[in-house]
Design a protein around this ligand. Structure first.
Ligand code: FES
Ligand code: FES
Length: 169
């Protein structure tokens, strides 16, 4: 359980992309704000701030979750992954990111981190996911740029490639 400090803030500690992080959070502070403002990782985007757009999606203990609907104190002791976990240390793109690049799955990119984290979570538990399952996964995300066709194409291609049936753009 988080510990309450004299200043009325809670000490929060969790694993973030494989590294332990700690910080102080007011009881009402959102996980999205904690990640961006306390930890300084701004890859997690904040759009609607009420659970609708999916831009703020991260993984909590392996499952996709809206970080704008999660209090920072609720993340105490959890294993959190954000979009920063995807690329390699040398900046090389992971297969999902590379497929979005190859298939033009983004324009402004505001929605992209959340989409990638949902798809990455799906790929880990359902590498054989059908296009219908992939579309269902994407249904929790709003994109104001692409019209979604290129996102679906990029996601389906990434899953196909991951199971050995490479499809080029
Ligand atoms: S910012 Fe969290 S769902 Fe939109
Ligand atoms: S690429 Fe701009 S909101 Fe999706």
């Amino acid at each position: 359980m988080p510990r309450l400090s004299a200043a009325g803030r809670h000490a929060v500690t969790f694993t973030l992309n494989g590294t332990d992080v700690s910080g102080a959070a007011e009881p009402r502070m959102l996980l999205s704000d904690f990640l961006r403002q306390v930890v300084g990782l701004t890859g997690t985007h904040v759009g609607c701030e009420h659970g609708v757009c999916g831009a703020c999606t991260v993984q909590i203990d392996g499952a996709p979750a809206r970080s704008c609907l999660t209090l920072a104190v609720q993340a105490d002791g959890c294993d959190i992954r954000t979009v920063e976990a995807l690329a390699g240390p040398d900046g090389s793109l992971d297969p999902l990111q590379d497929s979005f690049r190859a298939h033009h799955g983004l324009q402004c990119g505001f929605c992209t981190p959340g989409i990638l984290m949902s798809l990455d979570a799906l790929m880990r538990v359902r590498p054989d996911a059908s296009e219908a399952e992939i579309r269902d996964c994407l249904s929790g995300h709003l994109c104001r740029c692409t019209g979604y066709a290129s996102i679906v194409r990029a996601a389906v291609a990434a899953f196909e490639k991951a199971r050995g049936g490479a499809r080029e753009s």
